[in-house]
Design a protein around this ligand. Structure first.
Ligand code: G4P
Length: 533
């Protein structure tokens, strides 16, 4: 195998998703710790800096560099080259998280053992299923009072609609969390944690099997007999393991542990790396692109503006889908219809950004964006001309009508709105036959409205008027030739269009959505715009 193919084969690119506070940041940190990328836990910033009141927006802006450093982290472990895609855990930035999932080959879903599946978990999970990527479950905080592992697995199956397979099984929980039983090797991993002050260092593990006479002493009779019963039950009545199903996103391997104390983190990492996939082929306008195709290709999934205020720069993050990237190489920007050199290619490791010379399919690079890229754009080697299916637009949940206070500022207003929308922080809609002077802005997190107001004022010198709308649900009309004016709708439902003139409907409640589909036979509505992947 040639060198670049070997490099691609050993890459594992995944995203960690969770409801805020389930432990995503802590788990990320611990994975980096095992990979030797950091020496002590507590170094990954991002999340903690994002915990601000809305009025602290200035501070958020200042911290943006940090939220970017946590957007992708690369490290080596056991000869794998691992790219963890992370985004700020703050729920107001969840649109970013959604898009990041488009760049991942698999996802790790962190669930709080005391709380089970939560609101944000459900939403993020739905996005993962759009692409059928493998989803691994890490049930965290087993060192605290936890719900029964059976209940937790059942809830995942029932609420998320995916089969589960316990790869390991917890022995006790809370103060009695002693370790995990690994079902494949039939070994018990007990953790010795004397020196791990909150898991700042790696934790030692001792393995023994179920027949070890010392076990009763180690675990106590009660835990041991519960464990024996559990193992019998799981082997007898649980799901069969199928790697094929895991890779198609139909079966989620479940792991139990505690990120804070490191218990179960390394066994999880090892099994996860074994089960998850190297970079996956991607659909494009020419069919399918294989990661090991020698020609470079990539797509932009995130744009971060103003990382350096003095320069008003933008960085476009792209996921390499095939081939190898060399600094200075010429690529075709398909949407811009021109050849270009990617400027200042950077890779980001924990806290540092460094300029890179090479990167491979599976990797994420950030490049200087002179204002030409949009989310979803394709770059490929000039010999090839294809585009990747666009990144879907996720349904915003908050809407406002926005216009410039001073109508003379129309030009700056349109420019600012368009650029901020290109970055994907907001979505812009218009009334049917409306103009760009008064638009409807949709956002996933309500904080984005403040951001919009601030940025228009500071970067484009435009004051805006904002009137919030009572609508909370947006749906794209999938029927191509349907004239929205002919639809029979409740009076508070609005007919609007996006900048590509796709038709949409804005609803005040779910009840109105049902009303619309019941009164308009054949009407097809979708929650994701342009979700053709
Ligand atoms: P997030 O990124 O998913 O939002 O969660 P994060 O890792 O920040 O964890 C949220 C809180 O839960 C943190 O406590 C963290 O220390 C704690 N935590 C994470 N994993 C575990 C675990 O396995 N066991 C226990 N007991 N706690 C865990 P915090 O008090 O909010 O923050 P901090 O003050 O400790 O930094």
């Amino acid at each position: 195998m040639s060198d670049y193919k070997k490099e691609i084969e050993r890459r594992r690119t995944f995203a960690i998703i969770s409801h805020p506070d389930a432990g995503k940041t802590t788990l990320t940190e611990k994975l980096l710790l095992y990979g030797g990328a950091i020496q002590q836990a507590g170094m990954v910033k991002g999340k903690r800096n994002m915990r601000h009141a809305v009025s602290d927006w200035m501070e958020i802006e200042k911290q943006r560099g940090i939220s970017v450093t946590s957007s992708v982290m690369q490290f080596e472990y056991d000869n794998y080259c691992i790219n963890i895609l992370d985004t700020p855990g703050h729920q107001d930035f969840s649109e970013d998280t959604y898009r990041t999932l488009m760049a991942a080959d698999s996802a790790v879903m962190v669930i709080d053992a005391g709380k089970g599946v939560e609101r944000q978990t459900r939403k993020l999970f739905k996005v993962c299923t759009l692409r059928n990527i493998p989803i691994f479950t890490f049930i965290n905080k087993m060192d605290r009072d936890a719900r029964s592992p059976y209940d937790l697995m059942e809830q995942i199956e029932y609420e998320l609609g995916i089969k589960t397979y316990a790869v390991n099984w917890p022995i006790g929980s809370g103060r009695d969390f002693k370790g995990v039983y690994d079902r494949a090797s039939k070994k018990i991993l007990t953790f010795t944690a004397e020196e791990t002050a909150n898991g700042a260092h790696q934790v030692a593990e001792a393995a023994s099997d179920l027949s070890d006479p010392k076990l009763a002493e180690l675990l106590g009779e009660d835990l041991l007999s519960t464990l024996r019963d559990d193992v019998d039950l799981l082997d007898g009545a649980g799901e069969e393991f199928s790697l094929e199903d895991v890779r198609q996103g139909k079966l989620s391997p479940v792991f139990f542990g505690s990120a804070l104390t490191n218990f179960g983190v390394e066994p999880f990492l090892q099994e996860f790396l074994r089960m998850t996939t190297p970079p996956l082929p991607r659909k494009c306008s020419d069919g399918v692109v294989n990661p090991t195709d020698p020609d470079f290709s990539a797509f932009v999934f995130k744009i971060q503006a103003n990382m350096n205020k003095a320069h008003r720069d933008r960085v476009a993050f792209m996921r390499i889908c095939s081939g190898e990237f060399d600094r200075g190489m010429e690529v075709q920007h398909m949407q811009g219809e021109r050849k270009m050199k990617l400027m200042q290619p950077q890779q980001i490791m924990a806290e540092q950004r460094e300029v890179i010379d090479h990167a491979y399919a599976g990797d994420i690079i950030g490049v200087f964006d002179p204002g030409v890229f949009s989310i979803g754009d394709t770059l490929c080697s000039p010999a090839k001309k294809f585009t990747f299916g666009g990144i879907p637009t996720f349904a915003p949940e908050h809407f406002s009508r926005v216009s410039p206070v001073d109508t003379m500022k129309r030009k700056q207003f349109v420019k600012g709105m368009t650029q901020i929308a290109q970055e994907g922080a907001i979505q812009i809609f218009q009334e049917l036959n409306g103009s760009m002077e008064e638009v409807i802005v949709g956002v996933v997190g309500v904080l984005q409205f403040e951001v919009l107001e601030y940025r228009l004022k500071n970067e484009y010198n435009v004051e805006i008027r904002m009137e919030s709308l009572p609508h909370e649900y947006i749906r794209w009309i999938e029927n191509e030739d349907l004239d929205p004016k002919t639809l029979d709708l409740t009076s508070d439902t609005r007919r609007i269009q996006d900048l590509k003139e796709n038709h949409l409907l804005l609803f005040v409640s779910e009840w109105n959505i049902t009303w619309a589909t019941e009164h308009n036979k054949g009407l097809e509505l979708s929650e994701f715009g342009g979700a053709k992947m």
